[in-house]
Design a protein around this ligand. Structure first.
Ligand SMILES: O=C[C@H](O)[C@H](O)COP(=O)(O)O
Ligand SMILES: C=C(OP(=O)(O)O)C(=O)O
Ligand SMILES: [Mn+2]
Length: 450
């Protein structure tokens, strides 16, 4: 039986069009956009509403300290990089980190990719100037192209369809890998043994050996490793480009309520979380679990206003606050915010993004981050929550499975010159495969100390 939606629910989904929408492209051809929207609206949803509900329940558990979220992937996915090797590398990295964190936290880890839709980027500047030529800034493959030509940089609505189809094939491979035996706990553990066998990472050997013993203990107890051959893996991206999110929003036949079926989880970015803006209005109306990024200037009133708008009834798991304060500021600014939000009583899940508050420019011009700053912010996040008796619910990372050189440091000691070796990101620097695993092992060490 299907439940018909209240007509006002459906008309409300277009209310954002009357509000200020930050960070949207200026499409040159409104009719072309309309044709694409109609096509997108007729295509199948990418995820099922029931999966988003299951994720909401798991995020609620993370908010209570009964699970831990690991969300990771590129800053900006690209169409060209949606290859089997790349997708496999990111999944492997996230699964390997998740095993280490499961052990470190003694909690189930919710696995989520910034994948299968992370194509739209907010930018500090609308334009870019090179050698006296000014063109629109690159806003992600779903909007325009990276090459610095007028044709590439002109927003093209056909890209929305390519984003949909690329997301669809990415998600298909994710589902195949995570349910077809590739993600089996024993295999992932073997990959981690391979990592710590490298002398460069010997300091993590102790935890790897402990995990090994734990797995042998499980085997001796008769654990059903066949049941551990599949994992749930959720998709997420920044809910930024409303011309994409609106046509992919569907009425759930079970409840008559709208879900944004472009991904399981959508987050509102630091630059688009204005209480009276289009993004907050739009996402308030869909049922998915939502994230909101909170930077160091966030006031308690803003955070409480976001709860009023996005989760007035205080449903557990509905809101995840992803704090990105910067290593230098987290210990000063996070406690007051967490205290005031906690006093409100409506639950939120607190997650740490240790990337976006720690971006610097290297001496040779590369946009980068220091591994030590990233780790310092994660440490500050755990310290603050432990100090307050609140729950550190997860990590939000920019990472890739490749051997890129975009973040400084780690055991490989990537330095300013080293960045040039393999700097491939089109927007923000990502931890490479090894740095991501190092981070997971260091977090496991940290959790052991706590
Ligand atoms: O991913 C985050 C933002 O899109 C990014 O940091 C903005 O970068 P910009 O300052 O280079 O525009
Ligand atoms: C744009 C991003 O982050 P923020 O909104 O926190 O700056 C991002 O996650 O890539
Ligand atoms: Mn980014």
């Amino acid at each position: 039986m299907s439940v018909e939606p209240d007509p006002s629910v459906v008309t409300g989904l277009d209310h954002w069009r009357t509000l200020d929408a930050a960070q949207q492209p200026a499409w040159p051809d409104a009719e072309a956009l309309e044709r694409v929207s109609a096509r997108l609206a007729a295509l199948p949803p990418l995820v099922f509403a029931g999966e988003a509900d299951a994720l909401r329940a798991q995020l609620a558990a993370a908010g209570r300290g009964e699970a831990f979220l690991l969300q990771g992937g590129d800053c900006a996915e690209t169409f060209a990089e949606a290859t089997a090797d790349n997708i496999r590398g990111k999944i492997m990295t996230i699964l390997q980190m998740a095993v280490v964190l499961t052990y470190g936290a003694s909690l189930p880890v919710i696995k989520m990719g910034r994948m299968a839709g992370q194509y739209a980027k907010p930018r500090s500047s609308d334009s870019e100037t090179r050698d006296g030529v000014t063109l629109p800034a690159f806003r992600g493959d779903i909007i325009n192209g990276f090459p610095f030509t007028e044709q590439d940089r002109t927003p093209d609505p056909q890209r929305l369809l390519e984003a949909y189809h690329t997301s669809s094939s990415t998600l298909n491979l994710i589902r195949a890998f995570t349910t077809g035996g590739f993600a089996s706990l024993l295999r992932v553990h073997e990959w981690n043994r391979g990592f710590t066998a490298n002398p460069a990472y010997a300091r993590y050997e102790e935890i790897a050996a402990e995990i090994d013993r734990a797995i042998r203990f499980m085997a001796a107890c008769g654990a059903d490793f066949d049941a551990l051959r599949t994992v749930d893996f959720y998709s997420s991206h920044e809910g930024l480009l409303l011309d994409y999110e609106r046509p992919l929003t569907r009425i759930d036949s079970r409840t008559g309520l709208p879900y944004d079926c472009s991904a399981h989880f959508l987050w509102i970015g630091e630059r688009t979380r204005q209480l009276s803006g289009a993004h907050v209005d739009y996402f308030a109306r869909v049922q998915n679990p939502l994230g909101v990024k909170l930077g160091p200037s966030t006031t308690a009133d803003e955070a409480l206003g976001l709860i009023d708008r996005l989760n007035p009834s205080g449903e557990p798991g509905r809101i995840t606050f992803i704090t990105r304060m910067g290593a230098a500021r987290i210990r000063d600014v996070l406690p007051g915010l967490v205290e005031k939000v906690t006093a409100d009583g409506r639950p939120v899940t607190w997650v740490c993004d240790p990337m976006h508050g720690n971006t610097i420019t290297a001496t040779n011009g590369y946009k980068t981050r220091r591994f030590t700053d990233v780790m310092d912010e994660v440490t500050g996040f755990f310290d603050v929550h432990h100090g307050l008796g609140t729950v550190p619910g997860g990590l939000h990372m920019e990472l890739t499975g490749d051997d890129v050189t975009e973040v400084l440091g780690g055991a490989e000691e990537i330095d300013d010159e080293g960045l040039a070796r393999r700097y491939e990101t089109l927007v923000d620097p990502r931890l490479n495969h090894q740095q991501s695993l190092e981070l997971a092992f260091q977090v496991a060490e940290l959790l052991r100390r706590h």
